[in-house]
Ligand binder design. Sequence first.
Ligand code: SF4
Length: 278
Amino acid sequence: MKVLLARENGFCFGVKKAVELTLAAAESGKQVTNLGQVVHNPKISERLAARGVKVVKDVADVEHGIVVIRAHGIPPEMRAAIEAKGLECVDATCSLVLRAQRFTKQLADEGYRVIILGTPDHPEVIGLRGFAGDNYVIVESKEEWERLPKIRRAGVVSQSTQPPWTFSALVTHVTSIAQETKVFNTVCPVTVKRQDATTELAGESDVLIVVGGKNSANTRELANLARLQGRTAHHIELASELRSEWLVGVERLGLIGGCSTPMDTLLEVKERAEALSA
Ligand code: SF4
């Protein structure tokens, strides 16, 4: 069996920055706290915990030290709570997420009903929602956006990890129900490249192994995409989850990781796949 690594793998620049900033804060000797997982990967969480980094849900749970804002960003009220408590803060929000937050606020300030494409309980979407004012709606599927009533002025943005074709389909629909539509394309180009690499890999492989956090939106999208290409795709977090029965009769195994999957985890999966098929 041959294991094929996708041409795009490893951390995206946003995840790399968030991990580096958290590690640098940990070097200070002060207590470092992440508001939620800084990136969605269990190995990274484990490594940060080993350096003493704590994870809490709420600013109310932080007494002192440095707060690191996750790559997915936070809503403005949470930032205000950090400031009100006088906590030292390191902002690890990805620059592309900050850009999406700015556009969302601009749409709300200009009086548009903001339509956010994304998963309602995903931290990035919770952050975006905080900038959308009172007049917004979150949609994730065609069924949901087809139920939207007519809108006078609609503004559209997206969670960064949504597939570009889903965003295009939503925009096409919104233009048919709104008198005026303003669109900011906030789909992340790095995840688009990773999706293209998955499509290419699916064309060359019998089965795909997609590696990354189960709660990582961009990793889940890669597994969905491989399945849409008619390929069997297994989404795992760690090499130990790889099962020998998945490899029976497989000649070419495709291997790709999400944007928050460390390269060493991918290489561990590669090694185990080769050992299991030997
Ligand atoms: S996937 Fe894109 S938006 Fe998300 S952290 Fe990486 S570069 Fe930023």
